[in-house]
Design a protein. Structure first.
Length: 370
């Protein structure tokens, strides 16, 4: 847990929605902001993958539940294992790689992609996840910024100063992990998360094509002395930063939809908060998180739902607003106020029976033919 974030940011935030009425009001405010904004940013942390069946990688029993390996994710996410215990390092990372290859993005990604394609607003996705789900769901790779790299690319375990790529721009220092075949799961001890025989790592697909030393995922581990940011990753990050800087300089209305950003490593939360803070009036952070949904006062709504459920409910409200079947809150408030003004106030006295105007006498039935 990041104590710096908790003390300097979270402690000053306000609670997200709690009651059903507050949730509905937050969803409407978020949908109106999405409809009216000039640009969208989709941010996602590990919680976004939970609805696809992926673990969030935190817990007392290690990487996944029900393993015999008693190690925290932070202890496991360390590049030192590729030197000290490569069978373990690649056992854990191959297990994750296969999980990501076999898992389909949940429908929430499709909702975000629908908004990206149908609302006509410029957008970017920004994620700390290494699973490649945004790209797998159909987002263009050039519009997805991955701050921690991804497991679908490889690099050398040797320092790039001693194993330098041949290309002038270093583009060949990172390569696709698609060369690693499926089907090696049976060679991994499922409880220890390690290859039973380290000889498998002598295969060419686990080797650097330049120096033939052991390769590793192009991921920025929690403890990492050798992460080599890819050329295309740097280009995407630069493009995003320049785009966001332009929005902030002209004080554009920007909405950030954040899904599953956790407190342990709050990269996603910080990016979301900073993006909204620097933009213009009407900008809003929509934080969808079932537990940790506190937001900066004034420019945020916290929705206490999982990513999929939150996006589905938000999409339903947005559809109503766009179809005209739901009035914006600002327009519906005067009507509600007028309706309330027609009701007797709680302290108003009702007229006594004697003070009421007598009802007219009943008319005699007509004898004329109808």
């Amino acid at each position: 847990m990041s104590t710096v974030y908790l003390e300097h940011r979270d402690a000053h935030h306000v609670l997200g929605a709690r009651s059903p009425a507050e949730v509905e009001a937050s969803l409407q405010r978020a949908a109106e902001a999405i409809n009216d904004c000039e640009a969208l940013i989709f941010t996602a942390g590990a919680g976004m993958g939970v609805d696809s069946g992926l673990p969030d990688f935190r817990g007392s029993t290690g990487l996944f539940k029900d393993r015999e390996l008693a190690m925290t994710y932070e202890e496991m996410s360390n590049d030192k294992w590729f030197g000290e215990d490569p069978a373990f390092a690649w056992g854990t990372n191959y297990t994750q790689l296969m999980m990501y290859r076999k898992t389909e993005p949940h429908a929430g990604y499709g909702i975000l992609l629908k908004w990206a394609n149908s609302l006509g607003k410029p957008y970017f996705a920004w994620t700390s996840n290494i699973d490649g789900m945004f790209e797998k769901a159909g987002f263009p790779a050039e519009l997805v910024t991955t701050c921690h790299g991804d497991l679908h690319h490889l690099q050398c375990t040797v320092d790039r100063r001693r194993c330098k790529g041949l290309a002038d721009d270093g583009a060949d220092e990172v390569w696709s992990a698609s060369i690693i075949p499926d089907g090696l799961d049976e060679q991994i001890d499922p409880n220890a998360l390690r290859f039973k025989d380290a000889a498998i790592l002598e295969q060419s697909f686990f080797k650097c094509p330049r120096c033939e030393r052991l390769a590793r995922p192009n991921v920025w581990f929690c403890s990492d002395r050798n992460y080599n940011a890819s050329r295309f990753g740097i280009e995407r990050r630069d493009k995003y930063n320049k785009w966001l800087q332009d929005l902030q300089e002209r004080k554009a209305r920007v909405v950030v939809i954040e899904c599953g950003g956790g407190l342990a490593i709050p990269s996603v939360r910080i990016e979301s908060e900073d993006a909204v803070e620097g933009c213009g009036e009407g900008s809003l952070l929509v934080r969808i998180n079932p537990a940790d949904n506190k937001v900066p006062a004034g420019r945020g709504v916290g929705i206490p739902l999982g990513s999929l459920a939150g996006l589905q409910r938000l999409d339903a409200v947005l559809e109503q607003i766009r179809s005209g079947s739901m009035l914006p809150a600002a327009a519906s408030a005067p009507a509600a106020k007028a309706k309330a003004s027609r009701r007797p106030s709680p302290g108003a006295r009702r007229p006594s029976p004697g003070s009421r105007k007598p009802s007219p006498a009943p008319r005699k039935p007509s004898t004329a033919a109808s």
